[in-house]
Design a protein around this ligand. Structure first.
Ligand SMILES: *Cc1c(COP(=O)(O)O)cnc(C)c1O
Length: 398
């Protein structure tokens, strides 16, 4: 990476995130001048002599431990995140599990936000429990009050801001300050904002997780997870990753690198379109409340404004009370919004959800049926027209 790194060093920390997205992790001089790092497929790495083999003195030693393609992605993501290092794993959920396993051991206690991505909760309640780690769920809005829940063996605090269905913005800096006073590790699932809109380590997180499946991939055709760590947690994270050898294929890393270069412009477009649709929904008689932190009326707006530099394309809506059949008629009538899990792609999605199925620390009484919306890159007028005819179907079914 010598050439490009020299160029980066020349402008140093003055680089804005959008510029990092373009230059980070590329070294054309090491690739015969080609702009992008190609796909390196490889398991065995050859050494010139027996002595070299015994010393393992190569930059690359074995396929599970990295290739130039993986290296490009890890370097770029680490720089963009302001981290000491990054590892790339085959899914967002794998990123969560490797992050937790890197900082916990038998006998530890873990605090997890009640708004957490549901499979994270399953991992804590099923796998971590079997290995002697206990989990307590806390009110996502607890802020500095997290200190009161800390036990002598509390080793880590897991945050997710905003919650990917219920959209509470957490006071991550206040939680981190309270947790660090007791020496606990702070993790954040930063999938919604990405490091572009929420610099996780500058806000107090020791370990940050992103599902690259969402905005980094951006085209609904890639599964990937990324974990970054600060100096304090990097060695343990890298060691844990090497022990599990939870490595990603080179084609997937290549697709993620391709997505990385356009992440900035795609997020700006998701942001603008989603806010337009959210504002339109806000004044509809069918809508009770729009949960979107960039709306001035949102309870998390002040914290979002303080800590984030943008909002992405995912938000939720509470409909005014109607029979479930009418809510479903609305969803089923939509032509441009797909009904499916995941998000972050170029296409819009809309799904029903109900947090009361699994929340344990805080009540969930939104006051009407809830749906989660991802706004893709379609024309906003077309999306609004589709929602409008969906509401007509709702009225017919109510
Ligand atoms: C989707 C998602 C994940 C998991 O990503 P996968 O690649 O689907 O495993 C983790 N956290 C959040 C907040 C997500 O939305």
């Amino acid at each position: 990476m010598d050439d490009m790194n020299d160029k980066n060093a020349a402008v140093g920390s003055q680089l804005k995130p959008e510029t990092h997205l373009v230059v980070a992790g590329r070294d054309p001089s090491a690739q015969h001048g080609f702009v992008n790092t190609p796909i390196y497929r490889g398991s065995t790495v050859l050494y010139p002599t027996a002595e070299d083999f015994l010393k393992r003195n190569r930059r690359y030693t074995y396929g599970t431990r990295g290739t130039p393609t993986i290296d490009s992605l890890e370097t770029a993501w680490s720089e963009l995140s302001g981290a000491a290092g990054a590892v790339v794993v085959p899914s967002g959920l794998a990123a969560i599990t490797i992050a937790l396993l890197s900082c916990l051991q038998a006998g530890d206690h873990l605090l997890v936000t009640d708004s957490v991505y549901r499979p994270t909760r399953n991992f804590c309640d099923n796998v971590l429990k079997r290995f002697g780690v206990t989990t307590t769920y806390y009110d996502p809005l607890i802020g500095a009050g997290i200190g009161d829940l800390m036990q002598p063996n509390t080793r880590a605090v897991f945050t997710e801001s905003p919650g990917s269905q219920s959209f509470e913005i957490q006071d991550v800096p206040a939680i981190a300050e309270a947790a660090h006073k007791r020496d606990a590790v702070v993790l954040v699932d930063n999938t919604w904002a990405t490091p572009l809109f929420f610099p996780p380590h500058a806000r107090g997180a020791d370990i940050a997780i992103e599902a690259g499946t969402k905005y980094l991939g951006g085209h609904s055709d890639l599964l990937m997870g990324l974990v970054t760590a600060n100096e304090r947690c990097w060695k343990a994270l890298r060691d844990t990753f090497d022990n599990f050898a939870m490595c990603t294929g080179p084609e997937d890393a290549f697709l993620a690198l391709r997505g990385l270069r356009t992440l900035g412009v795609r997020l700006q477009h998701h942001q603008t379109s989603a806010l337009q649709v959210a504002r339109w929904l806000q004044q509809r008689p069918e809508v009770l409340r729009v949960m979107h932190p960039a709306l001035e009326t949102d309870p998390g707006h002040a914290l979002w404004k303080r800590d984030f530099s943008g909002a992405t394309g995912l938000f939720s809506v509470v409909l005014n009370p109607v029979p479930e059949t009418a809510a479903h008629a609305f969803i089923n009538a939509l032509k441009l919004f797909g009904i499916g899990a995941s998000w972050g792609g170029f296409e819009s999605l809309l799904i029903p959800f109900d947090c009361s199925d699994y929340r344990t620390a805080t009540p969930w009484n939104p006051g009407g049926p809830t749906v989660r919306i991802h706004i893709g890159h379609e024309d906003v007028g077309d999306l609004i027209a589709d929602l409008e005819q969906g509401f007509a179907a709702l009225a017919r079914a109510a």
